[in-house]
Design a protein around this ligand. Structure first.
Ligand code: UGA
Length: 436
């Protein structure tokens, strides 16, 4: 099958490379000429484990190519729109400028039977609008518009793409359903977990899924706060809850609040859609407010661990990205945390295995270091903000020797209080007893 991806960003690149790996003939188109030139040289603009090898192998075998313009699009049987839908400045609505621009541009060039598929996360009704644009410009054609949202996690995107829990296909048109089934067929020997729904339903499934996961995280974060007050352990509470199949254990890991390019943006866009339709969504509303406040409030944990003040003290923050295995710092909890610490008079040293270049413009006052130990040199406290694997087995004795004081604030609960006690650290964690 001939497939074109519009947008060689995160979603477009991962999906395009995976479709090519299934055996389809894929072209990824991007307006950014420098990005296309780099991709043609085999340079990958994003950090995603396994992606560079996948792109390289499929380019070599002639199934994946990159282009800076849409001139070849007439040959594509399916055209996926995977351009960005950032939060619109000022009102939190999803900004659909890039989506509609792309549709207007490709409309005259598409084959009369093409299937246009939105992979970008778009609010309910966007597919209808795309259909209007296409009908307006191509009254001759039988072009179908399908919603096929992605559920990839950064850092695990290829695994998620190749082993999805479900593939949502939003269209009532039988021909378009068959095209999508054919595209995903190589994934399965047996029946693929395709969920056929209407286009509007598919668009909402994406937002509902992300809002629900964000709610799960926020729920366990509030339970963690209560655990700290009543002397319970949130890890054990989460396990005890999660073993109930109706609840499930995933996304119950308490931490400094969720970040990234999806949950914050999608929860706020869902709220806007609900408001526009006169529907109250108090739970999602509370989730966004609680999560925003939580990130900055993490600084209070550091203040408490340093006897009530960080003024003039040095704090080393390990992990600047919103989660491990990515270089993405968008809405990372580390940012409000560090801003708050700086506002309170602390000197902050920082280290991240992949996200320092992204962090620098957002956090210009941080002293960036080469590794966890150089960041901890002379620090009054080390704060673990992201659970990168290399922070999970730090040499505690070495840390203790180089730090000004043996204080660790573990916002991801990657250490155990008893080992910290043995190593002679003051230790604060999330939702469970620390060591004083
Ligand atoms: C999320 C969804 O998991 C994907 O299914 C979805 O496709 C994607 O958004 C998207 O809409 O594009 P992602 O943002 O890459 O993926 O990252 P997650 O692994 O979901 O983590 C999001 C945030 O929640 C991170 O800050 C993470 O640290 C936090 N989190 C996650 C927790 O605090 N606790 C948990 O138990 C899980």
């Amino acid at each position: 099958m001939r497939v074109t991806m519009i947008g060689a960003g995160y979603v477009g690149l991962v999906s395009g490379a995976c479709f090519a790996d299934f055996g389809h003939q894929v072209t990824c188109i991007d307006k950014d000429a420098a990005k296309v030139a780099a991709l043609k040289r085999g340079e990958i603009p994003i950090f995603e484990p396994g992606l560079a090898d996948l792109v390289e192998a499929n380019m070599r075998q002639g199934r994946l190519e990159f282009a800076g313009d849409t001139s070849g699009i007439g040959e594509a049987e399916a055209v996926f729109i995977a351009v960005g839908t950032p939060s619109r400045r000022g009102d939190g609505h999803a900004d659909l400028t890039f989506v509609y621009e792309a549709v207007r541009e490709i409309a005259p060039l598409l084959s009369a039977e093409a299937v246009v598929v939105t992979k970008s996360t778009v609010p309910v009704g966007t597919g209808d609008e795309i259909e209007h644009i296409l009908r307006d410009k191509r009254s001759d054609a039988e072009i179908q518009v399908v919603s096929n949202p992605e559920f990839l996690r950064e850092g695990a995107a290829i695994q998620d793409f190749k082993h999805p829990d479900r593939i949502v296909v939003g269209t009532d048109d039988p021909r378009a359903r068959n095209v999508l089934a054919e595209i995903y067929r190589p994934l399965y020997l047996n029946t693929p977990p395709l969920v056929y729904v209407s286009r509007r339903t598919a668009e909402l499934i994406k937002y509902a899924a992300n809002a629900f996961l964000a709610t799960k995280i926020t729920f366990i974060n509030e339970i963690a706060d209560l655990c700290e007050e009543v002397g319970a352990d949130v890890q054990e509470v989460a396990r005890g809850m999660g073993l109930d199949n109706r609840i499930g254990g995933k996304f119950l890991h308490a931490g400094p609040g969720f970040g990234g390019s999806c949950f914050p943006k999608d929860t706020s866009a869902l709220l806007k859609t609900a408001q526009d339709h006169g529907v109250a969504m108090r739970i999602v509303e509370a989730v966004t407010v609680v999560n925003d406040q939580r990130k900055r409030a993490m600084a209070r944990k550091v203040v408490a661990a340093l006897d009530g003040s960080v003024r003039g003290k040095t704090v080393a923050v390990l992990g600047l990205t919103f989660k491990p295995n990515t270089d993405d710092t968008r809405d990372s909890p580390a940012i409000p945390l560090i801003t708050a610490l700086t506002d309170l008079g602390a000197k902050v040293r920082g280290y991240d295995p992949a996200g320092m270049e992204q962090a620098k413009p957002l956090l210009p006052t941080v002293a960036y270091c080469d590794n966890a130990y150089s960041a901890a040199e002379g620090a009054d406290a080390v704060v673990i903000a992201t659970e990168w694997e290399q922070f999970r087995a730090l040499d505690l004795q070495r840390l203790k020797k180089i730090m000004a004081r043996p204080v660790i604030v573990d916002l991801r609960n990657i250490y155990r209080p008893d080992e910290m006690k043995r190593a002679g650290f003051r230790y604060a964690a999330i939702g469970r007893a620390g060591v004083d």
